[in-house]
Ligand binder design. Structure first.
Ligand SMILES: CC(C)(COP(=O)(O)OP(=O)(O)OC[C@H]1O[C@@H](n2cnc3c(N)ncnc32)[C@H](O)[C@@H]1OP(=O)(O)O)[C@@H](O)C(=O)NCCC(=O)NCCS
Length: 137
């Protein structure tokens, strides 16, 4: 499955996102990526109860500076039995220069007992047909 990455979320690099080198702090980027992946997994698997299981190596390709506009892209690369694997990229909105890439982010779908549960999906949806119909418990 090789789908085009879609960039949905945009961020404005603010003073609290900087490191001591006055460039974008890696921890801020990883928080953004993890949140984006969680929302993606919830909407793909139709379940609020999903957790990050694994993140592959992260490459910080280029830096960003105060005031830069960046966008987050995700694509589903594998639907397992209970898991969903995604690839993520953060890039500069203006230049499209990659800032961070994460090859693999694995989320696991959990049942009410907190254990991995089959999600039943084999490919990505591009509509909102799997949006959970209730609020988180
Ligand atoms: C998520 C959790 C319930 C999974 O438990 P587990 O005993 O590892 O479950 P399983 O061995 O049945 O694996 C579940 C799925 O994860 C996948 N998986 C397990 N370990 C993996 C790893 N190291 N890398 C990639 N995928 C992995 C399995 O292949 C399986 O996917 P599949 O069903 O699609 O084949 C448990 O590890 C956990 O609670 N972890 C903490 C999660 C968390 O709190 N995350 C928030 C950030 S700290």
């Amino acid at each position: 499955m090789l789908e085009e990455m879609s960039f949905r979320t945009r961020k404005w690099v603010r003073p609290e996102d900087l490191n001591a080198n006055d460039t974008l702090f890696g921890g801020s980027v990883l928080r953004w990526v993890d949140e984006e992946a969680a929302i993606f997994a919830i909407l793909q698997l139709g379940n609020h109860r999903v957790v990050t299981k694994f993140m592959s190596s992260v490459e910080f390709v280029a830096s960003a500076r105060l005031g830069d506009l960046v966008e987050l892209g995700l694509t589903a690369t594998r639907f397992g039995r209970t898991s969903l694997t995604m690839r993520a990229e953060v890039r500069n909105i203006v230049t499209h220069e990659p800032i961070v890439t994460v090859d693999e982010i694995v989320f696991v779908n959990l049942g009410d007992d907190g254990r991995p549960a089959p999600h039943g999906f084999t490919e990505a949806t591009h509509t909102r047909d799997r949006v959970p119909q209730h609020r988180p418990d």
